[in-house]
Design a protein around this ligand. Structure first.
Ligand SMILES: [Mg+2]
Length: 266
């Protein structure tokens, strides 16, 4: 992977040449640093202002893609007139856009009951927490003591095994959490494709996608297949998931500023 800030000259040329830019950004770990509890991840005023200015640029469409719920994500970002893709893209809202994946809608009652069962079963495990996000569930174990992780895994595996075997749900790991999602063939990559197709205009937009976690890799693949620019946030890895990387949300902020400057100097 190439460090994006070191290759900015190359990227800036592509940005200047593009008729339209579709900038899609993950929230946790990309726009905000990873924190102990997800409710503590707030968007800093400076990043928000930068995003707001980018969103006003007629050559750019901004979208935030996250595993959070729609209500939570919209409240945390708080910018009007942009695209929000919540629950890993199972719900998408924005100007002229309103989408909920049908398989996700169908599975909501099952998730409710799984959530109740898991929540009862983990009461003895300090720090474990299950979040019902309507169309998905997240079991957080960042604060669980290592000595109890095996027990937590056992409880979790036992409760989900029937729904997993019947093909109704799938489990995806993320940073110190398990996400339980509908088994639909849908991910952040499909959501990126969906959003790009809905953009009006004759020219295909230049897609930029930024994310820090395993669920973002689907987004990187879609962007790479469409000659876009994929950007991983985190330390350079041996198995590169994207074309470029930025070390931290701080560098993401620097990048957003450089993007804004490049676009406004046109
Ligand atoms: Mg993330």
């Amino acid at each position: 992977m190439k460090h994006l800030l070191s290759y900015w000259n190359v990227v800036a040329v592509r940005i200047r040449e593009a008729k339209h830019i579709l900038l899609l950004v993950d929230y946790d770990g990309t726009l905000t640093p990873i924190v102990e509890r997800p409710e503590l991840a707030h968007l800093s005023p400076e990043v928000k202002e930068c995003l707001q200015r980018l969103a006003k640029n007629p050559h750019l469409t901004l979208g935030i893609i996250s595993g959070r719920t729609m209500g939570d994500l919209q409240e945390r970002v708080g910018i009007g007139g942009i695209i929000y893709a919540a629950n890993h893209g199972l719900e998408i809202e924005g100007p002229g856009l309103s989408f909920v994946h049908p398989a996700a809608r169908k599975i909501a009652p099952l998730l409710r009951s799984l959530c109740q069962d898991i929540s009862k079963a983990i009461t003895g495990i300090k720090g474990a927490r299950i979040d019902n996000k309507g169309l998905t569930l997240s079991l957080h174990y960042r604060l669980v003591d290592e000595s109890q992780l095996d027990e937590l895994n056992k409880i979790f595996t036992e409760i989900v095994k029937t729904s997993l075997a019947s093909g109704q749900i799938r489990i995806t790991p993320s940073k110190k959490a398990y996400d339980i999602r509908p088994a639909a063939d849908w991910d952040k990559g499909k959501a990126v494709e969906f959003i790009a197709q809905k953009l009006t205009g004759e020219d295909k937009p230049l897609m930029l996608f930024l994310g820090d976690d395993v669920t973002d890799y689907d987004g990187f693949r879609t962007v790479d297949m469409n000659d876009g620019i994929s950007i991983f946030v985190g330390e350079e890895t041996t198995k590169p998931p994207a074309q470029y990387f930025l070390y931290s949300p701080r560098e993401v902020y620097l990048f957003l500023g450089m993007l804004r400057e490049t676009l406004s100097s046109q």
